[in-house]
Design a protein around this ligand. Sequence first.
Ligand SMILES: Nc1ncnc2c1ncn2[C@@H]1O[C@H](COP(=O)(O)OP(=O)(O)O)[C@@H](O)[C@H]1O
Ligand SMILES: [Mg+2]
Length: 478
Amino acid sequence: MLVGKTLRDRYKIHQSLGSGGFGDTYLARDLEFPKDSFCVVKHLKPKDSKPDILIVAKKLFDREAQFLYRLGQHDRIPTLYAHFEEWGEFYLVQEFVEGHDLTEEIIAGQSWSEEKTIHFLQEILEVLSIVHQENAIHRDIKPSNLRRRKRDGKLVLIDFGAVKEISSLTVDSDGQTSATIGIGSPGYMPNEQSNGKPKLASDIYAVGTIAIQALTGVKPNQLEEDLNTGELLWRHLVPQLGDRTANFLSKMVRNHFKDRYPNASQALRALLTPIESQDTLASTATTLQATNLNESLPPKASLATIILGSTTAVAIAIAGLATLKILVSPSLSSIYQELETALAAQRWQEADLQTNKIMLRVAQREDEGWLDSRSIKNFPCEDFYIIDRLWLKYSNGQFGFSVQKPIYLETGNQLGEYNPIAYRSFGDRVGWRENGYWKSHNDLGFDLLMPKGHLPRWGPFNDLGDWEESIILKRCYS
Ligand SMILES: Nc1ncnc2c1ncn2[C@@H]1O[C@H](COP(=O)(O)OP(=O)(O)O)[C@@H](O)[C@H]1O
Ligand SMILES: [Mg+2]
């Protein structure tokens, strides 16, 4: 036990939060920060301390830590502050997420409503799609690894599996180093994962079993299985459940991974698809109804769209800045919701067009279909910030105006000024040009693999690109 010790003269271990087969987790205080600044220290102990193993473990640990630093930039994954090795043991220092585990919400014998379950599915699939876009498998999604954050009621995903492998590394008779213990938890872990071959769809299975547990009040390893097919038998436990949700969940937990949604983005898309029809748009509004926005925000960007009865307020919180509350007309609020829905489902092209629509609506230039110099000069920064934050959030920092700004400058442009040569090199960098030509809007390629800053496309109806958006950037971001 490390309680009472101080690691690296900096992290004072306060109390134990848990200990498992892979190591221990502690609540600690970061002495370099003001009083009461907590963090979480995970201590991973390799079972085998042979020098060969240590070399492999170090490499694996570094690689996983780099991945966790990147992933931790997402608002609903704890930020990784530091990683280090001492005397052959490994430590991760991460953001402390004040709140409680889902084990406190999913209670045996009690059942969640369908609506609450769908909201849960949307929340978890949103975070998981960020992980899956990196082609990474969490491998241990279960109620105790999902935290409900006290500050805003959002779900945070903790305890990524891969890094734990270092604790079970051994050398086999051929001199190969490999991890012996599989990661995962009985009931939440599908067959292919127990057989040591996890897939992205293994995480989908885990999410499905949690939702079924929430709906039925029965733990997944207590559910019966069809003896012939191996499929989980759960549907009869919730006869009142709508067919759509039931089919969606059944597909998530199919025995064979090829029968499930292949990854979180696709599952999310399937979950949100009917939202395109009018009657279900209302249900997005419900799910977007965020919990109260706390005044004291942590130094991480977070965003909430709040719908307050008939008056609509869109509130946005920006890192380190005050909370801005902007009253917008109901007609605008619904197109912001459509933007958020498109972004959450990663329909980037739709989101790009929606962005343009919002900008035209805000500037009252819908009839003209383009922004003139006057509307550019007067374009409200608040709306610009909301659009920017939504893009940043759902693209995990890949797209957005504030991502474009430094690239615009790096390619020799000045904000608010047009320099044809520099502007072309900006177009090359963000993937708006190819082989010396500007791409048409349809040919842009709308996915996360496109270069940083690729979206939103400025002036999407103008094939020459619309450098004038840099005037807004200059006004709002300097
Ligand atoms: N970033 C965090 N913020 C708050 N509590 C955490 C955090 N990370 C872990 N915990 C708490 O510590 C427990 C154990 O940590 P976890 O990372 O899940 O390790 P393991 O399950 O392998 O022991 C969690 O169930 C949770 O209650
Ligand atoms: Mg855990």
